[in-house]
Write a protein that binds this ligand. Structure first.
Ligand code: GRF
Length: 201
């Protein structure tokens, strides 16, 4: 059974999707720890309700960025996890941390990457005028939302969409994609060829 660390900053609905998938037997994994950079993150309550240990590592400010992530690296190493899942964790990990967990950190992003990386991906999609957007689960590399893609799910954009209505439709697909991607990664039935995550079978 794969041990996971889930990093959050807020609502934690993707964390909840993982908790539910494990409870339903769709995902053979254990969430060893949930780590938040914000003490008030709603996701911490979801973790506590599910009996999952939580840790708050409050952000120390840009000036202490190096110290912050060194500490996080130590916490993750002590947790002895197979996979680190960024589920709405809003900080960019430094190169050193990414290199310490090669192909062992994944992120969920609310667009079809490489379109609309970074913040406000749903607003970017609306403003650009695309008819189809979606979500992506990808390995974290040293760039911004740029690592090899594990799973993507498309979502239509309607004329009457607002940022909120589009975000809600994408979120429903995120909740499907994230447990599927975690299961796939834990299965070890994949390899990375160039930028492509392909089946080993
Ligand atoms: C999601 O849209 C995710 O794709 C993005 O941040 C949001 C987190 O939502 N990275 P939640 O905290 O999982 O509800």
């Amino acid at each position: 059974m794969g041990r996971l660390a889930v990093l959050i900053s807020g609502r934690g609905s993707n964390l909840q999707a993982l908790i539910d998938a494990i409870a339903d037997g769709r995902l053979d994994a254990e969430i060893a720890t949930v780590i938040s950079d914000r003490p008030g993150a709603l996701g911490l309550d979801r973790a506590r309700q599910a009996g999952i240990p939580t840790q708050v590592l409050p952000w120390l400010g840009e000036k202490r960025r190096v110290e912050y992530f060194q500490n996080m690296q130590r916490v993750l190493q002590e947790a002895d996890v197979e996979l680190v899942v960024l589920a709405g964790f809003l900080r960019i990990l430094p190169m050193e941390l990414v290199r310490a967990f090669p192909q062992r950190i994944i992120n969920i992003h609310p667009s079809l990457l490489p379109a609309f990386p970074g913040l406000n991906a749903q607003r970017q999609a609306l403003e650009y005028g695309v008819r189809i957007t979606g979500c992506t689960v990808h390995f974290v590399d040293e760039g911004l939302d740029s690592g090899p893609i594990i799973i993507q799910k498309p979502v239509p954009v309607y004329d009457y969409d607002t940022e909120a209505s589009l975000a809600e439709r994408i979120l429903a697909k995120e909740h499907e994609a994230l447990p599927q991607a975690v299961a796939l990664v834990l299965s070890k039935q994949w390899q990375i060829r160039g930028r492509r995550v392909v089946c080993k079978c």
